[in-house]
Design a protein around this ligand. Structure first.
Ligand code: ATP
Ligand code: MG
Length: 474
């Protein structure tokens, strides 16, 4: 066995490394039994016939050695690759990204574009505008900002694409920054841009740039720009950009520092083509944390503020467009009592008010089941839902029975006005008659309740924050 093994090892070694004395430097590292075998295999040869035989054997052995080396190399390559795949926790994620990228590019009609492995990873973050539901019409109260964005970014891009003789100065800015308090519509604007700008849109997830292998992060960063350049005109959007391009500090990790530096040089067009339309767009609510060199590159800055009275009215109007509100609903009053609320807070108020109706409906149904249960104890819930013949007197919204129901409902909600109770009663009756539930209109009272709840939560959070600061300061 050892003989066969040693012959095999020796046969794969280059002849220059083996001497007729038995062992040179590399062979000396082998066990004695093997070196002995080597010596016996390569004995000194004297006669011509012997040397001819040796020559023939040598050729054959060389071919065999090459074949064996090739086979070993091939098998080793696949084993190592399999082990690396097994050891790489991101392998599945990378494979998924590749499939997604192929799918998106096919859907978007990208053909004849050769992409390297890293560009494919980034391409999985391309946004398909047809899949987005947000358009400019879905943003309320930010007309001025939207108009400015269109003038500064979209029109110059279109001019660059369509007008043949165009001034060299008519160009979109290389960077755009949307900044302002949380929940005021920055990401919303980015979504509308992706849908309506007619540019390629890469929604860059910062985590995709981080890779555990040294040098991979830089390759991925470079791929962002090379892909954008190949596709151009292209917008690279980075939400919460401060997390990637925050103030550079000496204690930054080496890879992070290199990534930031590379990002800036690629952005400048030092390595990429400066004539291609590639725009970096960022959104942040912490502009102060951003590096001044990055802020310099983002020439167009748009402040997305907390909405004022008029803007709140627009946002509420848009949010409640599809909703059924009661006749007592007063938009002006709701806008007034929501001073200091962001767009996202206003949406939450509307949602909370709508859910309050649902809670009322559920309560009324439970009560009706109870009432019915007391008269017909063996009825199942299903029969209550659909049995029109089993309806209690409260299910009729008209005449004497309607009044009767309103009176028992007023017992449940003593503070409610009669209009609210009758609408609640109506909904109870309709829900009892059919499987599909109808919900009563949202009243001003629901909105006021939701606003009060939101204000209380805000005050609580602010108090917590204040206490936290106090602890830190103390
Ligand atoms: N101007 C607006 N018009 C309509 N809806 C709005 C508006 N502003 C905010 N909203 C609502 O608030 C939600 C959150 O908005 P968005 O995600 O754009 O906030 P943001 O400014 O990106 O906040 P953050 O800084 O926390 O990321 C939106 O999905 C939308 O429903
Ligand atoms: Mg956002």
């Amino acid at each position: 066995m050892t003989g066969v093994l040693s012959k095999f090892i020796v046969s794969t070694l280059p002849p220059a490394l083996i001497t007729t004395q038995g062992a040179s430097l590399p062979a000396a590292a082998l066990p004695t039994s093997i070196t002995h075998q080597v010596a016996s295999t390569f004995r000194p040869m004297h006669s011509e016939s012997e040397s001819l035989l040796a020559q023939n054997l040598g050729k054959r052995e060389i071919v065999m050695a090459l074949f064996r080396a090739g086979a070993i190399g091939f098998i080793t390559f696949y084993i190592v690759r399999w082990i690396l795949r097994f050891a790489d926790p991101t392998y599945q994620q990378k494979q998924k990204a590749k499939t997604k990228a192929k799918e998106i590019m096919e859907r978007l009609g990208v053909k004849n574009l050769t992409l390297n492995e890293h560009e494919v990873m980034i391409a999985s973050h391309l946004v398909d505008p047809n899949h987005l539901k947000i358009s400019w019409a879905d943003i309320a109260g930010l007309d001025e900002q939207i108009e400015q964005i269109k003038k500064t970014v979209i029109y110059p891009v279109l001019a660059h694409q369509r007008i043949v003789r165009v001034s060299r100065l008519i160009q979109p800015p290389k960077g755009i920054l949307l900044y302002g308090p949380p929940g005021c519509g920055k990401t919303l604007i980015a979504k509308a841009m992706a849908k309506e700008s007619k540019c390629w849109f890469i929604n860059l997830d910062v985590s995709v740039l981080t890779d555990k292998w040294y040098g991979e992060s830089q390759k991925l960063t470079a791929a962002v720009f090379t892909l954008a350049e190949k596709l151009q005109p292209c917008i690279i959007f980075i939400d919460e950009i401060d997390s990637l391009l925050r103030l550079r500090a000496t204690q930054d990790h080496e890879v992070t520092a290199m990534m930031k530096a590379q990002f800036m040089s690629l952005w400048d067009g030092l390595i990429t083509d400066p004539n291609k339309t590639v725009i970096v767009m960022g959104a942040t609510n912490r502009p102060k944390d951003m590096d001044s060199a990055i802020l310099r590159r983002m020439a167009a800055k748009f402040h997305i503020p907390i909405p004022d009275l008029n803007q709140r009215k627009h946002i509420l109007d848009l949010t409640l467009k599809q909703e059924v509100v009661d006749s007592d609903f007063n938009l002006d009053r709701l806008a007034q009592i929501t001073d200091g609320f962001s767009g996202s807070d206003l949406k939450e108020v509307a949602r909370s008010a709508a859910v309050a109706c649902l809670a009322d409906l559920q309560l009324s149904r439970d009560c009706l089941w109870e009432r019915q249960g007391s008269s017909k104890s063996n009825k199942s819930i299903r029969s209550v839902d659909s049995g029109a013949g089993d309806e209690p007197s409260t299910t009729s919204s008209s005449g004497a029975s309607g009044k009767a129901s309103s009176s028992w409902l007023s017992g449940l909600w003593p503070g409610r006005r009669s209009s609210e109770l009758s609408s609640l009663n109506n909904c109870s009756s309709s829900s009892l008659g059919h499987d599909n539930m109808a919900i009563r209109p949202i009243t001003m009272r629901d909105f006021e309740g939701a606003v009060a709840k939101a204000k209380e939560a805000k005050a609580h959070c602010q108090a917590q924050q204040f206490r936290q600061h106090r602890i830190e300061l103390d």
